[in-house]
Design a protein around this ligand. Structure first.
Ligand code: NI
Length: 188
């Protein structure tokens, strides 16, 4: 089932997600719906807040972004990032491992809005996976950027909060204001 997306201006996007205790059948169905929704809107990551639920759960699949490479290490061994996809992260903890790099980002909650965001290039990720078991890996490139963007969502942080100053043009500010206004009007 395709779930309705929440857009900038919807207060749920600013809510810190509650920790998920266990993967229930209801949650499994919700995860499946999140993947369907992400695919429909051609995203590479989707956080629960983006479909109206403030919990620490995100789904990721970077396989469609072929021109933006990712790296992966599991137990110190290099691995194929695609082998981890599709990826479910529950209660993720992200530790930066190296220097920040600048890169372009968008977000399904901000249609047609893009900007440069500086984030660590490589991170260690500890989380509960979709089957409820702990997972741990080190990733870089696009996957690291995506994991950080989505984990931010789970804490009510949005990419515009971290956007490079040079990306924050007057035009972008106007677009954001308009989107916020439209979202609030639609919620009334
Ligand atoms: Ni986003």
């Amino acid at each position: 089932m395709i779930l309705p997306l929440t857009y900038y201006g919807n207060p749920v996007l600013r809510k810190k997600g509650a920790l998920v205790e266990s993967v229930t059948p209801e949650l499994e169905e919700f995860i499946e719906n999140m993947f369907e929704t992400m695919e429909e809107y051609r995203g590479i990551g989707l956080a629960a807040q983006q479909v109206g639920r403030a919990i620490q759960l995100t789904v990721i699949d970077v396989r469609t972004a072929e021109n933006r490479p990712s790296t992966l290490e599991i137990d110190g061994e290099e691995a194929d990032p695609n082998s981890l996809m599709p990826l479910v992260l529950i209660n993720p903890e992200v530790t930066p491992l190296n220097d920040p790099v600048i890169g372009p980002e968008g977000c399904l909650s901000f249609p047609e809005i893009y900007g440069d965001v500086t984030r660590p290039e490589q991170v260690r990720v500890k989380a509960m996976g979709g089957c409820g078991k702990p997972i741990e890996f080190v990733c870089g490139g696009l996957l690291a950027r995506c994991v950080q963007h989505e984990t931010d969502h789970l804490h009510g942080i949005l990419f515009i909060d971290r956007m490079d100053r040079t990306s924050k043009t007057d035009e972008l500010r106007e677009d954001l204001e308009l989107l916020q206004k439209e979202t609030k009007a639609a919620l009334e």
